[in-house]
Write a protein that binds this ligand. Structure first.
Ligand SMILES: NC(=O)c1ccc[n+]([C@@H]2O[C@H](COP(=O)([O-])OP(=O)(O)OC[C@H]3O[C@@H](n4cnc5c(N)ncnc54)[C@H](OP(=O)(O)O)[C@@H]3O)[C@@H](O)[C@H]2O)c1
Length: 292
């Protein structure tokens, strides 16, 4: 397939591009700032305008979006909002207007759509939750409507915490845990639904090819754990103690509202649609995921 990808420079995108190429696909990187390299073409994240030289595409993987993993200042909130719903809608309008429309769009979303749900087991059939991230993710998914209307098969991948030691949340956790000062966040009772980056790129490729998948698809491993269990598993993997909890008020002091919605929120998500479609996770348990 010829596949265009946004967000190719990111933590997930930088693993996605070589994975697709190794599988024999042709990849066109849609970038906000063209870097002059032969495989990249311009995409305007505000207007959705695509480089006129864009060749006919079979598929699009849309991963772009401003990072949520930092303190949410007013400017950051604005960037997070603008780069999700509105940017996705404009991109989808442009895809719908192409002379040859792609067959499939796999568009990132996030399990933040569920809000903070305690021990409830959630999947694609569960109602959305409340909060800033839930609103952002709901808009993000709604933004794909023009592509659905144009007949593309659209998969909204509700991604959990992506794990790989080279980046994302795990790379931030490793230094304190390696120093032996890592610990559970708040009560540690909140559920963490995670997926290894390796399995996420495999799941995206699977979704590109499996005609049965459309609409929301949870991209999380079957082995969601509480933050307490996650903390113990990381300590065990690094052979370090994890006896120093990080109090919730400290997290709120440093990260503001982001602490409650990202670090302390509980989402126990089951990947029902991927499992039903026969997707085989390479890393199903947190022990397997944290083997360095
Ligand atoms: N990592 C996780 O744990 C996780 C969890 C749930 C959901 N997700 C979602 O999955 C997607 C990929 O995640 P990631 O970890 O690879 O993210 P990332 O490393 O932050 O990369 C996202 C990419 O989006 C583009 N981007 C940055 N700011 C932007 C803006 N203001 N407007 C439009 N595009 C912007 C950049 O690509 P260019 O510079 O090439 O345009 C960037 O490389 C994101 O949408 C993220 O929200 C990630």
């Amino acid at each position: 397939m010829r596949i265009a990808i946004t967000g190719s420079s990111g933590f997930v995108g930088s693993a996605m591009v070589p994975f697709l190429r190794a599988a024999g696909h042709e990849v066109v990187r849609l970038v906000r700032v063209p870097d002059g390299s032969g495989d990249s073409l311009a995409w305007n994240a505000t207007t959705g305008a695509l480089d006129a030289r864009l060749p006919a595409l079979d598929a699009v993987v849309h991963l772009a979006g401003a990072s949520v993993a930092q303190r949410w200042t007013a400017a950051r909130r604005q960037a997070i909002v603008a780069s999700r719903g509105p940017a996705t809608e404009q991109l989808c309008r442009s895809l719908a207007a192409l002379p040859t429309t792609p067959r499939v769009l796999v568009s990132a979303s996030a399990i933040g759509i569920y809000g903070n749900r305690g021990d409830e087991v959630l999947d694609e059939t569960s109602a959305r939750g409340s909060g800033f991230l839930a609103d952002v993710a709901a808009d993000w998914e709604a933004g794909t409507a023009p592509a659905v209307a144009a007949g593309l098969r659209v998969v909204n991948l509700r991604i959990g915490m992506v794990l790989d030691p080279s980046g994302g949340a795990l790379a931030r956790m490793l230094p304190p845990f390696r120093m032996g000062v890592g610990g559970r966040l708040g009560s540690g009772r909140q559920w963490t639904s995670w997926i290894t980056r390796r399995d996420l790129v495999r799941a995206i490729a699977f979704a590109l090819g499996d005609e049965r998948l459309r609409g929301p698809v949870a991209a999380v491993a079957p082995g969601a754990v509480t933050n307490q269990v996650f903390t113990q598993a990381l300590g065990k993997a690094l052979r370090r103690p994890t006896v120093l909890p990080v109090p919730a008020f400290g997290l709120r002091l440093v990260f503001g509202a982001m602490a409650d919605e990202l670090l302390l929120a509980s989402q126990r998500v089951r990947p029902t649609r991927l499992l039903d479609a026969g997707f085989a996770f390479a890393q199903e348990t947190i022990g397997q995921a944290l083997r360095f």
